[in-house]
Design a protein around this ligand. Structure first.
Ligand SMILES: *Cc1c(COP(=O)(O)O)cnc(C)c1O
Length: 371
């Protein structure tokens, strides 16, 4: 008999499944399943990472001072209100641990990032989903789902996996109508890819009150997912709370150094943005020419939906692409079984993707049943 068991909520968690990353075969794979930044890490970040090798016996700077100063300088923020984490995932978890617990509710949007319910359950809180409209978060629906137990609202803006975003005026409206004692966490993992004039990553809302946090990551446009590095911009009292519970050396030295180096090269960042703008548009047009429906993404991925009736559904497309060595993200765990999420990769990767999908759609498939 097992006499110890995890705290309530833990056994209810369905573990997070990341994008597929490896095929058993030895051939080269094209990985478009985790939105990792097509151009790879900045060469200066790679150099900074290498230069840490001989001092790996030293503990990192637990205060991440140089990195916080670099972030502060780049975005004109007070470094005291910045906290760094082992990926933004760590910071989102710390926010849950600090501000929600048993009996509390954590609210998120229907197709919001899959980690939010996991984090809520991990602290004994109840995850609550607000319905979306047209695959976009909806402010009224979020507000209607608030109860006296709501403690945190998690909102990815723009959102993964839908690629849609809310304008800064809608975000302000949400903050205005939310009770003051509810923490609004704006997860801006894809902010650097967005050029829309009515978008704001959340800095302004953090500045305007004491109850909004913005999180960012080095895993997407900076392409440092393997290092685990993220940061949050918060009101002072929130940084203070998170600093009390984080592990004292939560970010490794190579991550700190590579992060600083990534910020030192504006040109590479611009090149990454331009690459994404061009190939997202190109890929979207090609997919639509193939008769697929494609969401209006402002991120470095596309939400592509298939027509299940024609026997060319998303799951067969997923398997077909995998057989060609192309990995994309199926969205069954998001309740979007007809859709795939496809990251923007390099030119040749996008061309191979389109060629493969074109072949897939042109093939007759067996008819298993009658319409
Ligand atoms: C990728 C992603 C993250 C996690 O980023 P890490 O910094 O690698 O932990 C957070 N939120 C969203 C919406 C993401 O897509």
């Amino acid at each position: 008999m097992v006499s110890i068991s995890p705290k309530p909520g833990i056994s209810d968690i369905i573990p997070y499944v990341g994008g597929k990353s490896n095929l058993s075969s030895k051939r080269k794979i094209i990985k478009l399943s985790s939105n990792e930044g097509a151009l790879g890490p900045n060469p200066l970040a790679i150099k900074a990472f290498d230069s840490c090798a001989t001092s790996l016996h030293r503990y990192p700077d637990g205060a991440a001072e140089d990195l916080r100063n670099a972030i502060g300088e780049r975005y004109n923020l007070d470094p005291k209100k910045i906290i760094c984490g082992a990926g933004s995932d760590e910071l989102l978890t710390l926010l849950c641990r600090s501000f929600a617990g048993t009996g509390d509710e954590v609210l998120y949007s229907e197709y919001g990032f899959a980690m939010y319910p996991i984090m809520a359950l991990s602290v004994g809180a109840k995850p609550v989903k607000a319905p979306e409209k047209n695959l976009s978060a909806n402010v009224e629906n979020l507000l209607n789902a608030v109860t006296s137990r709501t403690k945190i609202v998690f909102l990815a803006n723009p959102n993964n996996p839908t690629g849609t975003y809310l304008s800064s005026s809608k975000m302000s409206h949400l903050r205005e109508k939310l009770r003051d004692d509810i923490l609004l966490v704006i997860d801006a993992a894809y902010a650097e890819f967005v050029h829309e004039g009515d978008y704001e990553p959340g800095l302004e809302l953090v500045n305007e009150g004491e109850n909004t946090v913005m999180t960012r990551t080095f895993s997407k446009i900076h392409a440092l997912g393997g290092l685990r590095l993220g940061w949050a911009y918060c009101p002072q009292h929130i940084v203070d709370a998170l600093n009390r519970i984080r592990s004292p050396f939560n970010v490794s030295t190579p991550a700190l150094e590579a992060g600083i180096a990534s910020f030192s090269d504006e040109e590479f960042l611009t090149r990454s943005q331009n690459h994404n703008d061009f190939w997202r548009e190109w890929t979207k047009n090609e997919l639509m020419n193939l008769g697929l429906s494609v969401g209006p993404s402002v991120c470095n991925f596309l939400l592509v939906c298939f027509n299940e009736k024609k026997n060319h559904g998303a799951s067969s497309a997923d398997s077909f692409l995998e057989s060609k060595g192309i990995l994309v993200r199926n969205l069954t765990n998001y309740n979007l079984p007809n859709c795939l999420r496809i990251s923007i990769g390099l030119e040749e990767e996008m061309k191979l993707l389109i060629d493969s999908l074109s072949l897939f759609l042109s093939q007759d498939t067996p008819v298993f049943g009658k319409d």
